[in-house]
Design a protein around this ligand. Structure first.
Ligand code: BG6
Ligand code: MG
Length: 217
């Protein structure tokens, strides 16, 4: 009998920074918003926001502002940023898929594993649609139904539950420190996309999905 290609039963992918590089669009939209409030915003700050949900990111930015904001003001600012972000992603297409992403998804499918998406982005369904890969996933978590963002494991546990797979049988794929922490807190194997000295909690780190090798994990 042939050996199965993988010891896992499901692979749960993050979206931003793993399948497509939306980080630059988030950067542009947050920078404009931050500067409108007199807050300096650079690439280093943007890095620290990777994987953090919208309101959490806004709180981190406004922590450097010179005044306090009411919850209503914060919602309005988050909305301004989101509308700018949506404008930026409105022209995305399959050309924005990161190298190796589709091949990785197809490898997982061909190996008979379930495929989930665990992105805290409330724009994830739009982005998947623009990339043309919605039907490659068995289950996409709706970020609007998640109470606690990464590094809380909630979103990865929800994906595993909906896929009908035990967390220990899942491989999670993430580019953000908070995301890798969420995968580990969920009791899953963490494949990091990025640099080992940044993603120190990941079980294995590769530089991009071009190096994805399901049988090796
Ligand atoms: C994550 C990104 O995937 O989604 C974060 O890494 C972003 O940078 C977060 O803030 C929330 O996205 P959205 O689309 O709901 O504002
Ligand atoms: Mg990410």
């Amino acid at each position: 009998m042939n050996q199965p290609l993988s010891r896992f039963k499901a692979v749960i992918f993050d979206l931003d920074g793993v399948i497509t590089d939306t980080a630059h669009y988030h950067y542009l939209a947050w920078k404009q918003l931050a500067e409108s409030q007199g807050v300096h915003f650079d690439h280093e700050f943007n890095e620290s926001l990777k994987g953090i949900d919208r309101m959490g990111s806004l709180d981190l930015i406004l922590a450097s502002a010179s005044r306090q904001y009411t919850p209503e003001e914060k919602l309005a600012l988050a909305d301004v940023k989101n509308r700018h972000y949506q404008e930026l992603i409105s022209t995305m297409s399959a050309a924005d898929l990161l190298p190796g992403a589709v091949a990785a998804l197809d490898t997982v499918r061909a190996a008979g594993l379930r495929i989930g998406l665990a992105s805290v982005s409330k724009n994830a369904f739009t982005v998947l649609g623009r990339l043309g890969i919605t039907d490659k996933f068995d289950y996409v978590v709706d970020a609007a139904t998640i109470a606690r963002g990464k590094p809380d494991p909630e979103i990865f546990l929800r994906a595993a539950h909906e896929l009908g797979v035990a967390p220990a049988d899942c491989l999670g794929v993430e580019d953000a420190v908070a995301g890798v922490a969420a995968i580990k807190a969920a009791g899953m194997f963490a494949l990091g996309i990025g640099h080992p000295f940044v993603l120190t909690e990941a079980d294995v780190v590769i530089t991009s999905l071009k190096e994805f090798n399901l049988a090796a994990y």
